[in-house]
Write a protein that binds this ligand. Structure first.
Ligand code: AKG
Ligand code: FE2
Length: 344
């Protein structure tokens, strides 16, 4: 078994200039050897880049295409219709956010994108709604959906998003056992910690600036790390996403056909005591063409304390973070980043 802390120290000395591509075809292979082989590739990516492309992920292309088509239609609606599902009507960060209502990098003025946020829905996982809310948890309920009286395609929009959510949630559940193997843990390590997953999906729209002048303080999305365990991101064919290596160089994460990008978020970085890296990334201002993307943030149950397992702590690597629950951490970060959404 590899010594994770030693391997991590080695990677910290090196750097990356490209993002690996990992084929998931053996994710659920009956052969433990093949699963371990895949987990080893994932381990290297999580220790080094914190970002990797995945192919053979099992999410049907038509589900993805339908969601992008509905996303185009939604953001094309008049502002008055989009405002019917404004985030200010939600107690838990669901719904529509206009341009510049979010700011991922405090050094900037705001991010040049519109967004629509949704979480686990009773239609996808009814069992998750029988539980009462605990201290520090975000509520699992109340997605905001446009009304058919305001938009004739409202039903198709909701259906496409729910289908996408369900498929990508299943993909996330395929990844957890591989992360566990990568961390020298038993494959079911995350199972009882992801019973009511706090998985948030967003559809994002970055309008092309065209001839308008670029304000450097208003990028597509400012440099940031994600908050949850990991993100499963689908981009359309328009470039703009960049990932920062340890030297500080920005590496292009170019869109590649029918693949997702997976990136590690802060919950896993804290949980693994910095063995896995939650890498900073940003989206440049979009110039010639509108850009659309769909990040899916897979967090674990909000009541789970992020205590590093023994495989991530040694005499030379003490516990580096104060223990917090997953929910408390995400809530703190969301409140910081979305503070500009209030009262807009
Ligand atoms: O749109 C993208 O490609 C990246 C979005 C992102 O980083 C985020 O929503 O956290
Ligand atoms: Fe991000």
């Amino acid at each position: 078994m590899v010594d994770l802390t030693k391997l991590s120290d080695q990677f910290v000395q090196s750097d990356f200039s490209s993002i690996p591509i990992i084929n998931l075809k053996d994710a659920q292979s009956p052969s433990r050897e093949k699963r371990q082989d895949l987990a080893d590739q994932i381990r290297d990516a999580c220790l080094n880049t914190g970002f990797f492309y995945i192919t053979n992920h099992g999410v049907p292309l038509d589900v993805v295409n339908r969601t992008f088509a509905q996303s185009h239609a939604f953001f094309d609606l008049p502002p008055g219709v989009k405002k019917t599902v404004d985030i200010n009507k939600s107690e838990n960060f669901r719904g529509y956010m206009g341009l510049l209502t979010e700011n991922n990098d405090p050094a900037n003025k705001g991010d040049m994108h519109e967004a629509f946020n949704m979480g686990l829905d009773p239609l996808v996982a009814p069992e998750s709604f029988k539980r009462t809310k605990k201290e520090g948890e975000l509520q699992h309920s109340e997605n905001l959906w446009p009304d058919e009286n305001d938009w004739e395609d409202a039903k198709a929009f909701k259906q496409a998003n729910l289908d996408y959510y369900q498929h990508v949630l299943a993909l996330g559940y395929k990844l957890f056992p591989l992360f566990a193997l990568a961390l020298n843990l038993s494959e079911d390590f995350f199972e009882d910690k992801t019973c009511f997953p706090a998985a948030i999906m967003r559809i994002l729209f970055y309008p092309a600036l065209g001839d308008r002048e670029v304000d450097e303080l208003m990028p597509g999305i400012g440099a940031h790390t994600d908050f949850e365990c990991f993100t499963i991101l689908r981009q359309d064919e328009v470039s703009g996403l960049q990932v920062q290596n340890r030297k500080g160089d920005w590496i292009d994460a170019v869109p590649t056909p029918n693949s997702f990008i997976v990136n590690i978020g802060d919950q896993l970085q804290r949980w693994t005591n910095d063995i896995f890296v939650s890498t900073r990334h940003r989206v440049l201002p979009t110039l010639a063409k509108d850009r659309y993307s769909i990040p899916f943030f897979f967090g674990c149950d909000h009541n789970v304390p992020l205590i590093p397992p023994d495989t991530c702590v040694t005499e030379d690597r003490h516990t580096r973070y104060e223990v917090m629950t997953a929910g408390a951490y995400v809530h703190k970060r969301l409140s910081e980043v979305y503070s500009q959404a209030k009262n807009k």
